[in-house]
Design a protein around this ligand. Structure first.
Ligand code: TXA
Ligand code: MG
Length: 334
């Protein structure tokens, strides 16, 4: 893998402080040398990302973690043992000035993960660098799960894209704060709360994830994200109730989209009906979610109604992203 020409070329660009998009098991990332402020600045510029939103550092070896973090608690080592490489980002104390302050947005902590994608690991290894990498989308757009998504958002603004097809998980990593007494989920993602609890017992969830009035502990969670171009409204109720809402809008001359699943796609009559995976396996909903939101942007719908999903397992991440995409607009069947 190390000798693939695309990887060698991308590694050289990264060493020259350029920004390059690469695949991970969750979504495509936009990588840069985490040690060099000049390189990291290019990430914020290409994405139009607010500078107070810190980045995750991607590593391929445990030794790299010890170079950039200090006072790493035992619980973090236990978690690495079980979930690395994989979609779990750990927040730990930052060490010295090995990593640019731009990466951590001036915070005393640092977010680190080891991605479970052979291309990502090979690229980190070949470049010999820790890579700062947010999702490779323009800020506010759905995260990219294919090289085509990255190209649509960032063409002309970055040095290259390593294309390895579609990513698997489709939602970003779980961000877990290990600096609190009980580890706290700041962003639900690819590793579920249930999986974490099976390994380390009790895990807390940042209150801001369940109560929108609270300020999230993870700076990035306060921004509207993943928003499609037309308003998205979540509908808690039976398909016939959702259909009634569609009919009302269409009677007013609106073009209406419905986000549903394979099981229910034939139950709706609307202008655009898109099936996002299968209800019988929420992992398939997660892996198709961002692509489905992007597909709606290719249509001329004025409004999108979406079904909701159970919030256990990976469903927690799916519903977190859907709620953000909808700006928390939910209609309940009475
Ligand atoms: O799956 C993923 O995590 C993808 C792939 C590319 O690895 N990356 C990703 O990065 O989703 P990004 O930048 O889109 O999201 C990083 C999240 C943001 O919500 C950010 O605020 C949070 O992690 N974060 C980073 N450093 C933090 C810190 N020191 N304390 C709290 N939150 C932090
Ligand atoms: Mg992102």
């Amino acid at each position: 893998m190390n000798d693939y020409p695309q990887i060698s070329q991308a590694a050289k660009l990264l060493q020259a402080n350029e920004v390059v998009a690469f695949p991970t098991e969750t979504v495509y990332g936009l990588g840069a040398n985490a040690k060099e402020t000049e390189a990291v600045k290019k990430i914020f510029f290409a994405k139009g990302r607010p500078s107070d939103n810190p980045l995750i550092v991607h590593i391929a070896h445990r030794d790299q973690l010890e170079e950039i973090a200090s006072d790493i608690p035992d619980v973090a080592y236990t978690l690495m043992e079980h979930f690395w490489p994989g979609p779990l980002t750990l927040i730990v104390k930052k060490k010295g000035d090995a990593i640019s302050d731009k990466v951590t947005a001036g915070l005393p902590t640092i977010a680190v993960r080891m991605p479970a994608h052979p291309v990502a690991l090979a690229l980190i290894e070949k470049s010999g660098l820790p890579l700062a990498a947010p999702s490779a989308n323009v800020s506010g757009r759905p995260s990219p799960t294919s090289a085509a998504h990255v190209f649509d958002d960032l063409k002309g603004r970055i040095a290259g894209i390593v294309d390895a097809g579609e990513t698997g998980i489709g939602v970003e990593s779980t961000v877990l704060d290990c600096t609190t007494k009980v580890p706290t989920i700041l962003r639900p993602g690819g590793v579920t709360k249930e999986e974490l609890e099976r390994v380390i017992g009790c895990v807390e969830v940042d209150h801001a994830l369940t109560d929108e009035r609270q300020t999230p502990k993870s700076p990035g969670m306060k921004y509207t994200h993943y928003a499609p171009k037309s308003p998205l409204i979540l509908v808690e109720g039976q398909p016939f109730f959702l259909q009634k809402l569609v009919d009302e809008q269409r009677a007013n001359g609106k073009t209406v989209g419905v986000l549903t699943t394979e099981e229910r796609q034939y139950m709706y009559e609307a202008d655009v009906v898109l099936a996002c995976g299968s209800r019988s396996d929420l992992h398939t909903v997660a892996s198709h979610l961002y692509d489905t939101l992007r597909q709606f942007d290719e249509t001329d719908v004025d409004i999108i109604y979406s079904e909701v999903f159970p919030t256990n397992g990976i469903g927690a991440a799916v519903m977190n992203r859907l709620k953000k995409a909808a700006g928390h607009q939910v209609i309940h069947e009475k």
